[in-house]
Design a protein around this ligand. Structure first.
Ligand code: IMP
Ligand code: ZN
Length: 373
């Protein structure tokens, strides 16, 4: 099972049995310690040890240190084989049957499924690695293959993919990524659904990404944008909000005195743009000082659409049940309120109305058992 569980003294059945939707999970940040150990063992020359890829319970890092951790993790997932965790049998030709596997993508999906996640939107930044021959296209294909294989194993989880733009790459790379996303949006029949803007928020400017993001929107891709993750970015935030994103990642400082404002809050409220909120991630990366000061409290109190998410369950040593439990215990939510929070998150998925109806059916079927009613 998931490593973070070992660090959490007790987790009641309610939170793991609660059917959940995960809408903000970066693939490389979601790799569990268990999978990470396997990757580290395969690449001893890199001299990476466990503690360089995870922030344990009670520990914190700066946002800058978190982004350094992602670079360390990327060294471990630098070939399509790593993304899939496939090893080619030397004596056989290169085809899928030749691979033995436990894939990173599949591991991550399985862990979410084990945690009661019924619908998952994974996001990941296509990477080219000249040393291993991995192209951005094979990167995306490897993830899609992982999703496909999980489906064939009949895991009780519906998985989609949002292609991510890393701010560090700048506008040209963003344009390239949008083109790739459009191709896969057209060819995957609903698996690739949207585009994420993420990466170090101190790097680059929102205006540089307007053109590619608009292009993506025009093509029908949904937009999930990280914004207002750090203080004093009012102008930057408004530029991104003017695109009317379909969902907001974090939005930590929208409602704060440091670079937030009533205008921003009003805008988000008027347009009812859902927020993806990740408590442990924000506390461990120190953009939020403590759980009780998390902006979930504000948005929940005004009944604004909010979805509890993990962000990077591997790096932040958490899982979605734990995030629900933390939100409930910190903000005194009843089980029935937690249920509603999870049920309402179905409204904000990027998949079609028919998927939404199927999920609602599933939730309604499970309700008596989970709530004991
Ligand atoms: P990947 O896209 O699958 O490689 O997942 C790791 C990447 O997600 C990082 O390199 C960042 O670009 C992005 N990321 C993960 N967590 C955060 C966050 O909290 N804020 C912004 N970007 C993030
Ligand atoms: Zn994120």
């Amino acid at each position: 099972m998931i490593e973070a569980e070992e660090q959490q003294p007790c987790k009641t059945d309610f939170y793991s049995e609660l059917p959940k939707v995960e809408l903000h999970a970066h693939l490389n940040g979601s790799i569990s310690s268990h999978t990470m150990k396997k990757l580290i063992a395969q690449k001893p020359d890199l001299k990476i040890h466990d503690q360089m890829t995870v922030i344990d319970k009670g520990k914190k890092r700066t946002l800058e240190e978190c982004f350094q951790m992602f670079q360390t993790i990327h060294q471990l997932t630098s070939s399509p084989e790593d993304i899939l965790m496939w090893k080619k049998k030397k004596e056989e030709a290169y085809n899928l049957d030749c691979y033995e596997f436990t894939k990173v993508t599949k591991d991550v999906i399985k862990e979410f499924a084990d945690d009661g996640v019924k619908y998952l939107e994974l996001r990941s930044t296509p990477r080219r690695e000249n040393a291993t021959g991995m192209t951005k296209k094979t990167y995306v294909e490897s993830i899609l293959e992982g999703i496909k294989q999980s489906k064939q194993e009949n895991l009780d989880i519906d998985v989609r993919y949002l292609i991510a733009v890393d701010r560090r790459g700048g506008p040209l790379v963003a344009k390239e990524t949008v083109k790739l996303a459009e191709e896969f949006f057209l060819s995957t029949e609903g698996t690739v659904l949207g585009l994420d803007l993420s990466g170090d928020p101190t790097v680059g400017q929102a205006k540089d990404f307007l053109e590619p993001l608009l292009e993506a929107k025009k093509a029908g891709l949904k937009l999930a944008l990280h914004l207002s993750e750090i203080p004093n970015q009012k102008k930057e935030t408004q530029i991104l909000l003017d695109l009317l994103p379909d969902r907001i990642g974090h939005g930590t400082f929208l409602n704060s005195g440091e670079g937030g404002s009533l205008d921003l809050v009003d805008f988000v409220r008027q347009h009812r743009i859902p927020l993806e909120l990740c408590l442990t991630s924000n506390v461990k990366s120190q953009t939020v000082p403590s759980y009780d000061q998390h902006h979930f409290g504000f948005w929940y109190s005004i009944a604004h659409p909010s979805v509890i998410c993990t962000d990077d369950k591997g790096v932040f040593a958490t899982h979605l049940s734990q995030e629900y439990q933390l939100a409930a215990e910190t903000f005194n939510l009843t089980q029935s309120q937690v249920w509603d929070l999870s049920y309402e998150s179905i409204n904000y998925i990027f998949a079609s109305d028919s998927t939404r109806s199927e999920l609602r059916k599933k939730w309604n079927h499970l309700k008596p058992r989970v709530l004991h009613i």
